[in-house]
Design a protein around this ligand. Structure first.
Ligand SMILES: Cc1cc2nc3c(=O)[nH]c(=O)nc-3n(C[C@H](O)[C@H](O)[C@H](O)COP(=O)(O)OP(=O)(O)OC[C@H]3O[C@@H](n4cnc5c(N)ncnc54)[C@H](O)[C@@H]3O)c2cc1C
Length: 501
């Protein structure tokens, strides 16, 4: 409960609703935020506004065949709600889990669906944000004021995926589909399908479609690393057989997975060649000695520079072994009437072309931000630990991890926000704005993330839109769960980087 005494009478008189906190988005981060607020800041009024017709974010947007997580649900699930089945989960299973979190904690009444936020204006006079949204069901404008904005809008535009423009696309006589806007009535039975891309989405789609299609080809410019294994966690199954409480199993399995991931990530940096050999060895064991793993599954970069998708039970490779799926590593010259002409001169015929080519980075939910009358250029700010931004008062953005499950960070940021809100209440502070300290004056300002460290396409295309990073950990999204889990709870909220008003 923040001190909302500054709310001017005019706003109240006009019937503008006011909340202590407004959460943008009802994906895994927004629902988690609502949970943390209701448990750690009792009495705080809050609302969640969500454009879509239901909760889930990523897991309701994507409806392509086989849609599933690529990291385990023991760590992609919340810290506070045990995951009790196989680690790699379908979107439907994730939605069911999130639905339970909403019901068990009575979060439903706080969420307003089909509400798209268009603009957010901060006033240092009133110390609150004015949010202009649209009720999509009625088309009516909705205005809400709030003391604190909790941005859980994710990182990509939900309405449309990224499709590069290739010459001749308009001449192709078949159907072009992006997985993010998959037509649920698309009939691909017996059809010849080409999937452009080699990331987690392509690797999920191909085995899911393989049984029904005539043939499916994964067309990639360059290969990607994959990890394979059983869709099971041995220690979880053993503990379950001993009738151990699920909350214990959840915690133990999380620790085990996080420990193993930490070792793996460390090895990817310290002995990349060995890790590479192991990853490729696993692929070879599925595809056999005669398969050209060098051309189709040996990336040019060292392991972990891009996210490594997990392929449960090697299903992608099994599709290739049966001959229903194949991989072509080549570049697109142009689209033709019957398919795609490749730079090698080879042609791939297709009835359907799926462009699994990624996302459009979406900074701050396509919301027009104004701070005290001045339009906000997010790229002019410096990030405070990848969650707050210099010069932007009372706002936090949940941006998860690339190499570990997103939700690990959503929980850590949740604890931080609640601690900050409780601290402000205690101090009777109405605003908090991150600011560079005197010792940061000459700090070099760098792009949001070091492309040498991590460089997926959507980030490279949109880096100029993102806030800057400094060379000290306070001014970076370090992507390091293993340090942040200890550092975040110890952040001194009265440190010089927080300016209260
Ligand atoms: C296919 C796919 C699979 C993935 N698998 C994994 C995985 O296995 N593990 C992992 O760690 N990460 C994975 N990710 C990354 C994933 O996006 C995040 O982990 C996580 O789901 C993001 O959750 P979020 O709630 O922060 O954002 P999102 O899931 O993106 O949800 C944001 C919500 O905010 C809403 N919103 C946005 N702007 C506005 C606005 N202006 N007004 C109102 N509402 C708005 C959107 O409609 C959306 O519902 C995957 C991503 C994709 C696309």
């Amino acid at each position: 409960m923040l001190d909302t005494g500054t709310l001017p009478r005019a706003a109240a008189q006009q019937g503008t609703e006011h909340f202590d906190v407004l959460i943008v988005g009802a994906g895994i981060s927004g629902v988690g935020g609502a949970y943390h607020l209701s448990h750690q800041c009792p009495g705080t009024s809050f609302v969640v506004l969500e454009t879509q017709e239901s909760f889930g974010g990523t897991w309701i947007t994507h409806k392509y065949p086989g849609i599933r997580s690529d990291s385990d649900l023991y760590t992609f699930g919340y810290r506070f709600k045990p995951w009790t089945t196989a680690p790699i989960a379908t979107a439907a299973e994730i939605l069911k889990y999130m639905g339970r979190v909403i019901d068990e904690n009575d979060l439903g009444p706080h969420i307003r669906y089909r509400h798209r936020i268009d603009a957010a204006a901060w006033s240092s006079e009133t110390n609150f944000w004015t949010i202009d949204a649209t009720n999509i069901a009625t088309g009516e404008p909705v205005r809400i004021t709030t003391n604190f904005l909790w941005m859980c809008q994710g990182y990509y535009r939900h309405s449309e995926g990224y499709t590069p423009q290739w010459d001749g696309m308009e001449t192709f006589k078949g159907t072009i589909v992006h997985p993010q806007t998959w037509p649920t009535d698309l009939d691909y039975a017996g059809k010849n399908v080409v999937v452009i891309g080699s990331g987690a989405t392509a690797a999920t789609l191909i085995p899911a479609m393989a049984e029904d299609v005539g043939h499916v080809t994964m067309l990639q410019r360059s290969p990607t690393y994959f990890r394979t294994g059983r869709n099971a966690v041995e220690i979880a199954d053993e503990l379950r057989a001993l009738a151990i409480d699920e909350t214990w199993i959840h915690e133990i399995v999380r620790r085990k997975i996080l420990h193993d991931q930490s070792v793996f990530t460390g090895r990817a940096f310290s002995e990349p060649e060995t890790v590479k050999r192991e990853l490729l060895g696993a692929v070879r064991s599925y595809l056999g000695p005669d398969y050209d793993v060098d051309t189709h599954f040996t990336p040019r970069y060292r392991p972990w520079r891009q996210r490594i998708a997990f392929i449960p039970d090697g299903d992608l490779f099994q599709g290739i072994r049966t001959g229903k799926a194949s991989v072509v590593t080549d570049e697109i010259e142009r689209f033709v009437e019957t398919g795609i002409l490749l730079k090698s001169g080879k042609q791939l015929d297709a009835d359907i072309i799926v462009t699994a080519t990624g996302f459009n980075l979406n900074v701050l939910g396509d919301i027009d931000f104004v701070i005290d009358g001045r339009p906000l250029n997010f790229a002019d700010t410096v990030t405070y630990r990848g969650m707050m931004f210099t010069g932007i008062p009372n706002m936090v953005w949940v941006f998860g991890y690339f190499r570990a499950s997103w939700t690990l960070r959503a929980d850590l940021v949740g604890d931080f926000v609640c601690r900050l809100l409780n601290h402000m209440k205690q101090k009777r502070a109405k605003r908090v704005t991150p600011s560079l300290r005197p010792e940061d004056a000459d700090m070099p300002l760098l792009p949001w993330i070091d492309p040498e460290n991590f460089n997926p396409g959507y980030l490279m295309r949109g880096m100029h839109l993102l806030p800057k990073r400094g060379d000290k950990k306070e001014w970076q999204h370090t992507q390091d769960y293993w340090n942040e889990k200890d550092e975040f709870p110890a952040i001194d909220l009265d440190g010089p980087e927080f300016v209260y008003g």
